[in-house]
Design a protein around this ligand. Sequence first.
Ligand SMILES: [Zn+2]
Ligand SMILES: [Zn+2]
Length: 223
Amino acid sequence: MKMADGSTILRRNRPGTKSKDFCRWPDEPLEEMDSTLAVQQYIQQLIKRDPSNVELILSMPEAQDEGVWKYEHLRQFCMELNGLAVRLQKECSPSTCTQMTATDQWIFLCAAHKTPKECPAIDYTRHTLDGAACLLNSNKYFPSRVSIKESSVTKLGSVCRRVYRIFSHAYFHHRRIFDEFEAETYLCHRFTHFVTKYNLMSKENLIVPINVGENAAPGESEA
Ligand SMILES: [Zn+2]
Ligand SMILES: [Zn+2]
């Protein structure tokens, strides 16, 4: 993009960039983004501007392919969830959390293995984020980031269900870490609104209490 004075804006962190100047380039309108990564760039730009503006971040631009929109959001969620995983590993270990649990109701099995197994929570977290990254980068299901087959879009729901358990484990077992992370990123808020808006998860699985519209998400779920 050319500036009026003829200089070009380079949206890139050059070697030696100070942390306060990281990613400090001006926003770009979606219509002017001309790469195949435009949707990702657009979503990241909105998040950087204000991660709490969930409505705006999830408002799909006109003429946007909905499959790609959902795919790019989920990709972004998984990338940001790695940040929560890094914080969790300070206090979540195979000895403190031997199973992936949230409330006492369920033990979640890790689907990253030939036969799903009871991985400790932190291993579940890593295996599941790795598995999600593998699927979302798979050439077989997602060969393009410009158009996505409907049969591949249907894969997104199970990824959502699995990665959501990372939020619920953090919320019920590592509340301080969850709250600090959430205060900075609004990630669980955004995710809950996202899966609700696009019907990617059923309401009774959304066990971290977060208000979506007027309907409060179920806090204490019935037994
Ligand atoms: Zn834990
Ligand atoms: Zn595992």
